[in-house]
Write a protein that binds this ligand. Structure first.
Ligand code: PMP
Length: 366
């Protein structure tokens, strides 16, 4: 069996060790004589998995006791309307920093609900090639929250320093960089992420929520499943949770713990990304990065070649050489290498070598 060089943007590579454990346990989980997928979500065996996943996440990200850790469904996309529904009112404005399509979508949902919104800053003018400077952000004491997308999967940009907001009412969509580095959790009122990049398979969405925010929802008319307090009161077991996704999340969290936690992982991520950024920077313009240098993401590396034709040739030869998922998103074009936690160093090294070789062979066609 040969595992491929998987640079997919999400769902994306999972740690091979985790897949092997899941395979081994598939027919008989913990001597229950059944798969984890066949267990009752109210059973002790599943409860242990669920609680261990919460405990490990709390430990890995140093999440204080005044935060809830929720496992929800509906992807990060369902958080877009739930956030304004639960936390905004006529005199509390949802303030959004636009750094890409995902932040635009988050704002759009608040607008559909007819709730007051504002745009703190936007880098749309330059096709989202950078994160705004903190001094560019227009914030106000009336903000119910400030919403950011910590890593922009499509454009390959990432916040390096987070804004300090009054009462720490900062909310971040961390779908594509959660668990890739240590975080100042206290600066955030809420962090959310679909699992399918750094946390596990799709199907579960992790929400880390400061408990005092639940008070904002008390007198609001919101359907039961869309209320954060419903899930907080029921330890995310109000209805049937995505049990297999939570089981895999738990295994991925164990894997991260064994690799030195987020500090260890972040060092690996820096090394991996620098292999590919070096290939771009040392190419004399053969490869051109989309993101400005000080906004570059360590998770999604976006680049173009001199012409669309050359990009196509690159992608086609890369595919033949065994690299998967390098096509850029249609709004940026070119190429994108997603180097999430589970993408091995060797895969990034192989891509770097491929980029150098391709440049050597094709430099004259520039
Ligand atoms: N936010 C970001 C930053 C994303 O990258 C994605 C998915 N690629 C989403 C939100 C949407 O996530 P989901 O598909 O889980 O709804």
């Amino acid at each position: 069996m040969k595992r491929t060089y998987n640079f997919n943007a999400g769902p994306s590579a999972l740690p091979e060790e985790v897949l092997q454990i899941a395979q081994k346990e598939l027919l008989d989980f913990n001597q229950t004589g059944m798969s984890v997928m066949e267990l009752s979500h109210r059973s002790k065996d599943f409860e242990n998995v669920h609680n261990e996943a919460q405990r490990l996440l709390k430990q890995l990200l140093a999440i204080p006791d005044n935060y809830e850790i929720l496992f929800l469904q509906g992807g990060a996309s369902l958080q877009f309307p739930m956030i304004p529904m639960n936390f905004l009112s006529e005199d509390q404005v949802g303030n959004y920093v636009l750094t890409g399509v995902w932040s635009e979508k988050a704002l759009k949902e608040a607008k559909i609900l007819g709730l007051p919104t504002a745009i703190a800053a936007s880098t749309k003018e330059t096709n989202y090639d950078r994160i705004p400077n903190l001094s560019e952000l227009a914030v106000s004491p009336d903000d119910g929250y400030l919403h950011i997308t910590s890593n922009n999967t499509i454009y390959g940009t990432q916040w390096k320093e987070y804004p300090k907001v009054k009462d720490n009412l900062l909310i971040a969509d961390m779908s594509s960089d959660i668990l890739s580095k240590p975080l100042p959790i206290e600066n955030f009122a809420m962090i959310y992420a679909g699992a399918q990049k750094n946390l596990g398979p799709s199907g579960v969405t992790v929400v880390i929520l400061r408990k005092d925010l639940l008070e904002k929802t008390l007198n609001k008319q919101i359907p039961t499943m869309l209320r954060y307090d419903t899930h907080a009161k029921n330890n995310s077991l109000y209805n049937t949770p995505p049990t297999f996704s939570i089981y895999m999340l738990n295994k991925v969290l164990q894997w991260v713990s064994e690799r030195g936690g987020v500090t260890g992982i972040s060092k690996e991520n820096e090394l991996k990304a620098s292999l590919i950024y070096d290939a771009i920077d040392e190419s004399n313009g053969f490869y051109k990065g989309h993101a400005l240098n000080n906004s570059r993401s360590l998770m999604n590396i976006t680049f173009n070649l001199a012409s669309e034709e050359l990009s196509k040739k690159f992608l086609s030869e890369a595919k033949e050489a065994g690299f998967v998922g390098l096509n850029g998103h249609r709004s940026v074009g070119g190429c994108r290498a997603s180097t999430y936690n589970a993408v091995p160093y060797e895969a990034c090294k192989a891509l770097q070598q491929f980029m150098l070789k391709f440049k050597q062979e094709n430099s004259t066609s520039m």
